[in-house]
Design a protein around this ligand. Structure first.
Ligand code: SF4
Length: 445
């Protein structure tokens, strides 16, 4: 049965030393109760506390950390539906390379993947892992490719082979990269656990059905290894959807630890439309790692954008830092615009100013990540609050311009803003960001 925060606090040292990152033992206990932290963060937890809390405090879906600096985190989910709280660690996207591809193709693919960066609302999105599949049966060829893929991209590698010798060689070659060995079966699990342990990698685990898979993960965990990823053996999109859902529900609702791990899906379809369908299923339905068989920049952009929408916290608007932003290369006499710090608003407005070909300053006050009209209605984007912010960040020391352009939707704040900013004139800009370009041409050039 799950323990409450107060029950957990009684088992902690109660010294409030803060080393776990929480200000008090009680605050840490509350995080443990909400399954948002692991007991291992407290270096002073007694053996008794570890025993009692161990199972109760673990997140229902184990966190698996990958990459040389362990920055790629999988699992740790606590809810079935995004609207209940939030999803925590986004589905990692990988691209597969076969070791039988021509050297030229492999080189091109690796440099394309390494160079792919998609910027969305201030985030730089990249391909998270490289999958290397052993089709040659040649352990040297396979492990050489794993190593060169790692060296060229610095991404964790998914080593995929049914050959123990190939996997052992590749695991040793990329030791330190915290990669994934794929996949342990009931027949080879004992050897592969040793290989994973010796080289610090996670282990994907597969079996013909969920019952056998649960038995295998329990056995491996019982042997002292717990960095596992579930590789479901499925043969259709609907089956994969069903199995992903059953496993996640069992972990979250029934505290069934044997399926409480992130998953991996190797997409075997070859048509882009089908590949996209499989990938969308993984992103929207609990996938841990989704391995794409092709590198297609346009498809990646769509998948990453979808993923961004699913894995943002619905209770926290995405925000940019409140400050004075230069757009282009503005001088002290360039025009000054103002908008809110809701990321989407900021990126649309700054993009439209850039498109207009003008260099400008953009004042972005703290508006708790709300859009223009919402912030205005909530009293966070008023003449007085904009003026106060501009004084705080000393806009007048950075620009000589004394005219500020406000969004057309809040024309009503112009009087208050002029009163609160002596010496400034307020111009009412267009309502829609899309009209900034024509506004600039008509009024500022
Ligand atoms: S590290 Fe342990 S003892 Fe220190 S505040 Fe956190 S829970 Fe308490």
């Amino acid at each position: 049965m799950a323990l409450t925060g107060l029950q957990i606090q009684k088992l902690l040292p109660k010294t409030n030393c803060k080393e776990c990152g929480s200000n008090t033992c009680l605050a840490f206990a509350m995080k443990l109760a909400a399954k948002k932290a692991e007991l291992s963060l407290c270096p002073y937890a007694s053996e008794e506390a570890k025993q009692v809390l161990g199972a109760a405090s673990e997140p229902p879906v184990k966190c698996v950390e990958l990459g040389p600096e362990k920055k790629l985190r999988l699992g740790e989910e606590t809810v079935l539906y995004r609207h209940e709280k939030t999803f925590v660690n986004k589905t990692a996207l990988a691209v597969n390379i076969d070791d039988t591809d021509s050297p030229d193709n492999i080189d091109k693919k690796l440099s394309d993947i390494a160079g792919y960066i998609l910027e969305r609302v201030g985030e730089k999105l990249v391909v998270d892992l490289i999958s290397v599949t052993d089709r040659s049966g040649d352990s040297v060829k396979f492990s050489d490719l794993c190593l060169s893929a790692y060296q060229k991209t610095k991404r964790p590698i998914i080593m995929r082979s049914s050959n123990l010798k190939s996997l052992s060689a590749a695991a040793a070659a990329v030791k330190g990269s915290n990669s994934v060995i794929s996949s342990a079966t009931p027949a080879n699990a004992d050897e592969l656990v040793k290989v994973a342990q010796e080289n610090g990698h996670a282990l994907a685990v597969t079996a013909p059905d969920l019952e056998q898979l649960s038995a295998l993960t329990s056995k491996i965990k019982g042997a002292g290894f717990n960095s596992m990823i579930l590789d479901f053996e499925t043969f259709s999109l609907s089956e994969q959807f069903q199995v992903n859902s059953i496993a996640r529900r069992a972990a979250l609702k029934d505290s069934f630890k044997a399926l409480g791990y992130p998953s991996i899906k190797f997409i075997s379809n070859t048509k882009l439309f089908d590949i996209a369908g499989d990938a969308i299923n993984e992103i929207t339905k609990y996938g841990g790692i989704c391995v794409l068989p092709v590198f297609d920049p346009a498809m990646l952009a769509s998948l990453m954008t979808l993923r961004l929408n699913i894995y943002t916290d619905p209770q926290k608007p995405i925000q940019v830092e409140p400050k004075l932003y230069p757009i282009g290369e503005p001088t002290r006499n360039s025009p000054v615009f103002v908008t809110t710090n809701f990321s989407l608003t900021y990126f649309i407005v700054s993009g439209e100013i850039e498109n207009s070909g003008t260099n400008a300053w953009l004042v972005v006050p703290e508006c708790e990540g709300m859009s223009v009209l919402t912030a205005w209605a909530a009293g966070k984007f008023s003449g007085a609050s904009i003026a106060k912010f501009m004084k705080e960040i000393e806009v007048e020391k950075q620009v000589d311009t004394r005219q500020i352009i406000i969004p057309g939707y809040v024309a009503q704040i112009s009087g208050e803003l002029e009163e609160s900013l002596p010496g400034w004139k307020v111009a009412v800009g267009p309502q829609e960001a899309a009209d900034i370009e024509s506004y600039v041409k008509a009024k500022l050039k």
